[in-house]
Each structure stands twice: as structure tokens, then as C-alpha cells.
Design a protein around this ligand. Structure first.
Ligand code: SF4
Length: 248
């Protein structure tokens, strides 16, 4: 797959620029995945099976070598990725390309944030310390993961990869989004938070586009209470936090 542009200004609330150098995502999340819904709607993929087969943008590096210097002055940070996963589990070619892109951003002194439901590679420890490496983590229930993030890395492997980078002095962050209601999975948010208490930043947000959420009586109270728990925890541990819009 060939593209004409790859570096975009994003409208997402905590992002500046983004690079999505893959079409599709083998993790196949069924929350549902907003990126998949959009790719279907605009005819970029035929169906779920097509989405599960990632297609690399073959000219990504050549394109970025031209695009980054042109936009360098206006870029505060670049996020990998909003519509796919940069460290897709079981796809070393995706990880390899993401690492090459990060090297390029390093070369131009541009801050990078990355988020994955795969495994954060240890090679990230060699890059600039201003970057932030994150995992998406909404549960530790493997039954939930198999249903909602079926082909992602298991939670403990995912978390261990982030802890490893933290121990090597990198900044890390956790996206607890889309957080499910108790009728989807019964769990203790406090216990989840305590397992990521070493991280530098936490993002929390509710689950959208899922009928089970609205079917849960008092779901808004549940999210309001959950936000209080997250804020109290982050203040107590001096962790930066961001609550996604429309969660409370
Ligand atoms: S990891 Fe992200 S992009 Fe990939 S299927 Fe899941 S939600 Fe969608």
C-alpha cells in the first residue's frame, strides 16, 4: 500500500500530530474499535477479516523523510498511532517500521508518544528520554481480553514490557480506556490502578458505542465514581492524569 501523506494534525484531545503507517490491526478489538468502524464506513477495508490483516504503508519512511522537515517547527509531539497499533502482537515487521519512524523523529528532536495492546520493545530504551511509551490496559481479566481484545498480548506480558522500560529510565503511561461497566466485567478499579502505580501518566475514559453500557442501570454514576477513584489515586501518587471528554 502506497500513501501520498502520512503525518497528520489530529483532532484528538490529547494529541498533536499522528502517524498511522499501517491499515488494519490484527488485535481485532470488539468493544467495538472506532478505527475499524471508520475504515469499514469509508471502504478502506472490506470486513473484519480484512481489518485483521495489517497492510504496511510501503513508502512510509521515504514520505516521512520529506514531510517531517517541512512541518518540524509546528510539531509539539507525534503519536503512534490513532487508527492502528504500532507494536502489533506477532507482527515484527510492524514493530520494525515503528522503530524506524521513532529513530527518524529522534533525529529531528521531536517528542513521540506510543500506545499499544501488544508488547513495548526493549529497543525503545535506546531512544530519547523525552518520549513516552504506553500500554492500553482496561482489565486484568483474561476472559474479558479474549472476548474484547482477542489477538492482543496478554495483560501480564503487556504490563511487564512497560515496567521493563520504566526500570530502564523511560517515561511510561497507561490508557485505561475504554473502561467497561460491571455488567461486562466485574473488577476492582483500585486494584488495577495499584498495579500501574509506577507509571508517569494515566488516561481514563469510558466505553462508547456498546449497547451493554447503556443497558447497565446507573452507568453514568458508575463512570462518575470511577473518575473520582482515578483522580484520588493519581493525586495521592503524584501521577499526571487526563480524563477523556464525555466520561463524566
Ligand atoms: S488495538 Fe486499537 S486499533 Fe487495534 S483493533 Fe484494538 S482498538 Fe482497534
Amino acid at each position: 500500500m502506497i500513501r501520498k501523506t502520512l503525518l497528520y494534525k489530529t483532532g484528538v484531545e490529547y494529541g498533536d500530530y499522528t502517524i498511522n503507517h499501517v491499515l488494519g490491526c490484527s488485535h481485532g478489538c470488539t468493544y467495538p474499535c472506532y478505527a475499524y468502524m471508520m475504515a469499514r464506513r469509508f471502504g478502506r477495508v472490506k470486513d473484519y477479516q480484512d481489518w485483521l490483516e495489517p497492510k504496511l504503508v510501503e513508502n512510509a519512511l521515504d514520505l516521512l523523510k520529506k514531510e517531517i522537515p517541512k512541518k518540524q517547527k509546528s510539531i509539539k509531539s507525534v503519536h503512534l498511532c490513532f487508527t492502528t497499533d504500532p507494536f502489533m502482537y506477532g507482527y515484527p515487521e510492524v514493530t520494525e517500521m515503528s522503530l524506524e519512524i521513532i529513530k527518524l523523529l529522534d533525529h529531528y528532536g521531536i517528542k513521540c508518544t506510543a500506545l499499544t495492546k501488544g508488547v513495548l520493545p526493549h529497543e525503545l530504551s535506546k531512544s530519547d528520554r523525552k518520549h513516552e511509551w504506553g500500554i492500553s490496559l482496561v482489565s486484568f481479566d483474561e476472559g474479558f481480553r479474549k472476548q474484547y481484545e482477542p489477538f492482543s498480548a496478554d495483560y501480564h506480558t503487556r504490563l511487564a514490557s512497560m515496567k521493563n522500560l520504566h526500570d530502564m529510565g523511560c517515561k511510561t503511561w497507561v490508557s485505561i480506556e475504554p473502561y467497561p461497566t460491571p455488567n461486562i466485567v466485574k473488577q476492582d478499579l483500585g486494584s488495577l490502578l495499584s498495579q500501574v502505580s509506577f507509571t508517569d501518566r494515566i488516561i481514563f475514559g469510558r466505553l462508547h458505542y456498546n449497547k451493554l453500557v447503556s443497558a447497565y442501570k446507573g452507568f453514568q454514576d458508575f463512570y462518575n465514581d470511577s473518575v473520582d477513584i482515578v483522580i484520588d489515586f493519581c493525586r495521592m501518587k503524584s501521577i499526571d492524569y487526563h480524563i477523556k471528554a464525555r466520561t463524566i
